[in-house]
Design a binder for this molecule. Structure first.
Ligand code: ZN
Length: 67
């Protein structure tokens, strides 16, 4: 399980992969309700919703906490 960096909800990675594209740039979602992902800073980031992804893309640095 991945965790949404915006709201902290758990995201089913398998479902998100199934419903999104596999390219590094601009993955397209066909079923946003099942989660989505975005390639950012060399790795995939998973989100539970398009809304969270939009928030993240607006200011990724505020959600991208160092491990
Ligand atoms: Zn979220």
């Amino acid at each position: 399980m991945a965790t949404c960096p915006v709201c902290g909800a758990s995201v089913d990675e398998a479902a998100a992969k199934q419903t999104s594209g596999f390219t590094a740039h601009g993955a397209k979602e066909t079923d946003p309700a099942r989660g989505t992902r975005q390639f950012h800073d060399g790795k995939w980031v998973y989100f539970d919703s398009l809304e969270c992804r939009s928030k993240f893309l607006r200011s990724p640095e505020s959600y991208n906490k160092p491990a």
